[in-house]
Design a protein. Structure first.
Length: 337
């Protein structure tokens, strides 16, 4: 759910939760160190995904910020609470197509909305799609306090003796999410020594394919965008990120952390925040900003970055219902009536 509080007021893309990309994870398989796990989560209601959408995991392995490998999930129209999906794998030039192209490695795979995932093996790939427990942990009330200027709390207040904003309550302990989990041989990533990974959601409307959401670094889109920039940002490509969005990032960081222009550029470059793609060197342990594991407190990392270290940690702990076996996210919580 780390992509749900952009500007604290924006709703999901096109007002449709099914199109909302939440989190992107990349880490080594705990069961087999020669394999990598990539997970793209969407739709915080954990219901069926959009049948006119393409949900894509894309990987750049040669540094040109263009897709060299892509995995496109396409979902059927739900019938009587059931849904299936096809998975396409594209490589090289085909991976840069906006359509779901390449080899169809899964056809009519069953989506799971129960505690038991439907784990599908196809060649070297292990895949599952469906409702799971959300691993993202955050103090939403505390985050809102950072924006509560009427109460004297904002990104700069702590620098002048203000109180820490945290409530100490994890807002996400019973949340679910729709998860698309993929495990593949690490060698297929083609890391030299790292890759850049990002997610995209596109939906067909009036005969046109609209790019409506994207996922890369956790909570970057959430905190760096405004009501005016979010739609353009979601529709843009990583290859254009540095040129298009650098000035926006510098401006924001000047307000949130009193960064000089030179300091902001250095910090952005040090964390490879632009382009907004998750970097992962699979030869090193996964811990954000090298990939992302379920244990990473990415809100602490982002707010410390924005405030230049002024905002203290929130004190929250990772969720305990994650699994050591595929698909790694725990069973979905029962929905409240």
């Amino acid at each position: 759910m780390s992509n749900h509080f952009t500007g604290l007021s924006l709703g999901p893309p096109l007002g449709d939760q099914r199109l909302d990309l939440c989190d992107l994870y990349a880490f080594q398989s705990p069961a087999d160190p020669t394999r990598t796990v990539i997970i793209l989560n969407a739709n915080p209601t954990a219901d069926a995904l959009h049948p006119d959408a393409i949900y894509r995991l894309a990987i750049d392995n040669d540094g040109d910020l263009l897709n060299d490998l892509s995995f496109s999930f396409v979902f059927s129209t739900p019938i009587n609470g059931e849904q299936t999906f096809d998975l396409f794998v594209a490589k090289g030039e085909d991976a840069r197509s906006v359509e779901a192209v390449g080899e169809k490695v899964i056809s009519n795979g069953k989506v799971s909305f129960t505690a038991t995932p439907n784990v599908i093996k196809s060649g070297n790939y292990t895949v599952a799609a469906g409702a799971r427990s959300d691993a993202f942990f955050f103090d939403f009330d505390g985050i809102k306090n950072l924006y509560d200027t009427s109460g004297g709390r904002n990104f700069t207040a702590l620098r002048h003796g203000g109180k820490a904003p945290w409530s100490g309550v994890d807002s996400n302990t019973e949340a679910n999410v729709f998860s698309m989990a993929l495990e593949l041989p690490t060698s297929e990533l083609g890391a030299k020594p790292f890759v850049r990974i990002w997610g995209r959601c596109s939906v067909r409307r009036d005969g046109k394919l609209l790019h409506v959401d994207r996922a890369g670094h956790p909570s970057v889109s959430s905190f760096f965008n405004t009501d005016e920039t979010k739609e353009e940002y979601n529709a843009s490509e990583p290859v254009n990120d540095y040129k298009r969005w650098l000035e926006l990032f510098i401006h924001l960081m000047g307000h949130t952390g009193d960064y000089t222009r030179e300091e902001a550029i250095a910090a952005i470059n040090e964390q490879s925040l632009l382009p907004d793609m998750l970097s992962f060197n699979p030869s090193l342990p996964a811990a954000y900003p090298n990939g992302r594991s379920f244990a990473d407190d990415v809100i602490n990392a982002r707010l410390a970055f924005l405030s230049k270290g002024d905002i203290p940690p929130d004190g929250l702990s990772p969720h305990t219902d994650t699994l050591s076996v595929f698909p790694y996210l725990g069973p979905p919580h029962a929905k409240k009536s």
